[in-house]
Design a protein around this ligand. Sequence first.
Ligand SMILES: Nc1ncnc2c1ncn2[C@@H]1O[C@H](COP(=O)(O)OP(=O)(O)OP(=O)(O)O)[C@@H](O)[C@H]1O
Ligand SMILES: [Mg+2]
Length: 294
Amino acid sequence: MPEIYREHVPAAHDQEAAPAIQVVDVVRDYPRPRTSLLRPAPVVHAVRGVSLDVKQGERFGIVGESGCGKSTLLRIIAALDQPTSGRVVVEGTDITRLPERRLRFLRENLQLVFQDPMSSLDPRMRVRDIIAEPLVVQGHPASGERVRELLEAVGLSAGAGDRYPHQFSGGQRQRISIARALAPRPRILIADEPVSALDVSVRAQVLNLISDLVDELNLTLVFVSHDLSVVKHVCDRVAVMHAGQIVETGYTGDVYAAPQHAYTQRLVSAIPTLQRALSGATTSDLLATKGEPA
Ligand SMILES: Nc1ncnc2c1ncn2[C@@H]1O[C@H](COP(=O)(O)OP(=O)(O)OP(=O)(O)O)[C@@H](O)[C@H]1O
Ligand SMILES: [Mg+2]
């Protein structure tokens, strides 16, 4: 096990509190172009009846291979897409089919970090404006001080605010995305493969940053990855997704140590990618935290 990962100790949760997120029997079918007038239009069953609860303050992982429906499920949780059937309740409010004007609480309290910071950051905007943007959109004044505070929280210098996204490394760009997501002081952070596009030498740094910020800010985290070993180091509980369904849910350590479902067993035996790669990286790569982070 690479030393660089700080093992996360699950927090005790208040069993009485309403779940941060409840997903109830969510189905999402995407229509495909009709290939024959005689046959019904084909559909892709991206999500096939998923139910899950994420407790307040919990770090919940969703793991599964490419195309199993992870991002589709996240988009529905964030009300960026609607389910074909089923519902999503966030902090006690059913957000399914709510008009945009009634989703303000969700837009403020739930923020997303995506896989590829290059495509999620506007290349024409300075970093300070990128970070301030969610606040401006929500009609709150964005002070320079708040932007500096956010840059500092993600390990970047105040001067980074004057630069453009292309002037940063991949890891630094993901730090900028994280700062932007935290700007509106959300209670829920949703991260969709946040380190998959990064060089292995900086993955651990960015994972540790997310983990530390979630602790410090007392956030609920939903963290998606195709790599169970990454999820293990960040999440308390994990749901294993396969072909649009959840095949196994449990405490991350238990699922990792004793996977019950055949698909999870295959995932566990395929784990090594990140760890092998990490053990190939030099210690100085992994511990390079002096100066500007990578
Ligand atoms: N807008 C869309 N229209 C049609 N089909 C879609 C659309 N979005 C996703 N799909 C299909 O739904 C299925 C699930 O896709 P999704 O992006 O949710 O998977 P994923 O688990 O996030 O994969 P990855 O790990 O590659 O990001 C795939 O078969 C995909 O092709
Ligand atoms: Mg995806």
